[in-house]
Design a protein around this ligand. Structure first.
Ligand SMILES: [Zn+2]
Length: 197
């Protein structure tokens, strides 16, 4: 299989390859700093091994190679049945993981919850201008199949002393929101707004 913009690609579906190329083109043409990171860090695109039950609900995956900054990106063959808009959002999100720096991760980390990596990846999708695609994706895809969230969304993280609620800020940083209502009553076991997994 031919490389796409210098990145090895074992994806053998012509339409998916075209969409990967379009997303890369957008980043390369408009965000040179991010493109430098992606072109250096992404070692390839490949199909996900779907015989692994761990990936039953996974559509895309960005796997870091050891302790390096390098990562390989995988897509489920199920995305072949998805519209271009949804595929664009999935590709953008996984590339967002690859572009994320340690500093960005640290600034969003809360109680070791993996959601912070998702906030970082989503921020890149927005930065690169795939806002419409991402919103449609979040609305269209079953929440078991993705991590996501938009600025303004509220989610809860469990702590040993109870849950704390956060709002996703415009920069995709989690903002701790009030934990008590106007009467000073502490919120108890509110249903957890599921940051889709
Ligand atoms: Zn993700």
């Amino acid at each position: 299989m031919e490389n796409i913009y210098g990145i090895p690609c074992n994806i053998d579906d012509k339409r998916i390859r075209t969409i990967i190329a379009k997303v890369l083109e957008r980043i390369q043409g408009n965000f040179s700093g991010d493109w430098k990171k992606i072109s250096f860090r992404v070692t390839g695109f490949d199909w996900l091994d779907e015989s692994n039950p761990e990936y039953t609900n996974t559509l895309g995956l960005c796997v870091q190679i050891g302790a390096t900054a390098l990562s390989n990106i995988y897509f489920s063959r199920r995305i072949i049945d998805f519209d271009d808009i949804l595929v664009t959002a999935i590709i953008g999100h996984e590339l967002g993981h690859a572009a994320t720096s340690i500093v960005e991760l640290k600034s969003r980390e809360i109680n070791k919850n993996p959601v912070y990596a998702e906030l970082c990846a989503s921020r890149y999708v927005f930065k690169w201008g795939f806002v419409r695609e991402y919103i449609i994706f979040l609305l269209a895809v079953n929440s078991d199949q993705h991590y996501g969230g938009l600025p303004g969304d509220i989610f809860a993280i469990e702590y040993p002393d109870g849950e704390r609620r956060y709002r996703i800020g415009l920069d995709f940083k989690p903002i701790l929101i009030r934990t008590a209502d106007e009467n000073g009553q502490v919120f108890k076991t509110l249903p957890i707004y599921k940051i889709p997994l």
